[in-house]
Design a protein around this ligand. Structure first.
Ligand code: HEC
Length: 275
C-alpha cells in the first residue's frame, strides 16, 4: 500500500479546514446574553438543552429551550421550528410548558448519528403579550451513536399524584363545604375536575380553558399557580383568610400538574393503560 503523498495530505487538511470554516459560518452561536436584560420585545431564550455546540448528543434527544417569559402556544406552528442536517430536514413536534418556561420539541424520527444538526426557531412564534420571540434561536449540536432521551412526556398518576395535590391545596375553596366552589370550580373530586376544570372556559381569561388537555401552555389554571403578572384576581392558592395569595404550591407539584396536562389530563393511571 502506498503512503499518502504530502500533497494529498495537505489537500485533505485544507478541505477539512474549509468545511470547518464553512460550518462555523452557517451556524453562528445563538446571541444569548442573559445579563442584557429583556429587550422591549418578546420572550428571550435563556438556555438550551442540548447546549449550543454540544457533542455526543442522543439521536432521539428531546430539545428544550427555556425562555424568560411565556410563549403563546397558539403561535407554536411547528413549521416555524427547523431541525436539519445538510439536506435532511426532520419534522418536529412541540408543546410549551409554562411551569418550566420551556418549549419542548422532539424530532418525529431518529436523527442521523455522528452528524451536525441545526435547530432554529423562525420568526412567527410570539409570547402571550403577542410580541415576537427575541432574539430568536439558532443553535447546533452533534449527535453521537446512542439513543437515550426520547421522553417529552412524563406520565403521572391521577389518583396517587394529581388528585391529592388539588385536595390538599385547593379543595377548601374549590369543593368540599364550598359545594361547587369559588368561580364554579370544583377541584376536590374526579367528577368536579372533569365537569368544571377540564376543557371548561376560564371566567377571567375568556377564550382560554382552565385546563386544556395536551396544552399546558393554554391552561389558565397553571398561570394562576405561577402568579403570572397578567392573571385576573390573585395567584392561587388564595390565603385561607382571603387576604391575598398564600405561598405558591411546591414546584414539584406544579410540575406534576403540568406534566399531567401535557399527556391529556387523563383520569386513568399510566399502569392501567399498559395494554
Ligand atoms: C382560600 C380560598 C381559595 C383557595 C385555597 C384556592 N382558590 Fe382558586 N379561587 C378562589 C377565589 C375566591 C377565586 C376567584 C377570585 C380570584 O381569582 O382571585 C378563585 C379563582 C380561581 C381560578 C380562576 C377561575 C376562572 O375561571 O378564571 C382558578 C383557575 C383557581 N382559582 C384555581 C385554584 C387552584 C388550582 C387552587 C389550588 C392550588 C386554588 N384555586 C386554591 C379561592 C381559592
Amino acid at each position: 500500500m502506498k503512503a499518502p503523498s504530502p500533497v494529498s495530505l495537505q489537500t485533505r487538511l485544507t478541505a477539512i479546514a474549509i468545511v470547518l470554516l464553512g460550518w462555523t459560518h452557517c451556524a453562528p452561536p445563538p446571541e444569548i446574553d442573559p445579563d442584557a436584560g429583556v429587550p422591549p420585545g418578546g420572550p428571550v431564550p435563556l438556555a438550551t438543552d442540548p447546549m449550543n455546540g454540544q457533542t455526543n448528543v442522543f439521536k432521539d434527544k428531546v430539545i428544550r429551550i427555556t425562555f424568560s417569559d411565556h410563549l403563546d402556544s397558539r403561535s407554536l406552528n411547528v413549521d416555524r421550528i427547523d431541525l436539519y442536517s445538510g439536506p435532511v430536514n426532520l419534522y418536529t413536534n412541540a408543546f410549551y410548558d409554562p411551569i418550566r418556561s420551556q418549549l419542548i420539541t422532539w424530532p418525529s424520527a431518529t436523527m442521523r448519528g455522528s452528524a451536525i444538526w441545526i435547530f432554529e426557531i423562525e420568526e412567527g412564534i410570539v409570547g402571550i403579550d403577542g410580541l415576537p420571540v427575541a432574539p430568536g434561536v439558532i443553535m447546533h449540536f452533534k449527535t453521537g451513536e446512542e439513543k437515550g432521551d426520547n421522553t417529552p412526556y412524563i406520565r403521572r398518576s391521577f389518583n396517587s399524584e394529581i388528585l391529592p395535590i388539588f385536595k390538599q391545596h385547593c379543595g377548601q375553596c374549590h369543593g368540599g363545604s364550598q359545594g361547587e366552589g369559588f368561580s364554579e370550580l370544583q377541584l376536590d373530586t374526579l367528577e368536579g375536575i372533569g365537569d368544571t376544570a377540564i376543557a371548561v372556559h376560564s371566567q377571567q381569561w375568556t377564550g382560554w380553558q382552565r385546563i386544556s388537555p395536551y396544552r399546558p401552555g393554554r391552561s389558565y389554571l397553571l398561570y394562576k399557580l405561577i402568579g403570572d403578572a397578567r392573571i385576573g384576581g390573585t395567584p392561587m392558592p388564595r390565603a385561607l383568610d382571603f387576604d391575598g395569595a398564600a405561598d405558591p404550591i411546591p414546584l414539584e407539584d406544579q410540575i406534576a400538574l403540568s406534566d399531567w396536562i401535557a399527556t391529556g389530563a387523563p383520569f386513568f393511571d399510566p399502569e392501567e393503560n399498559a395494554d
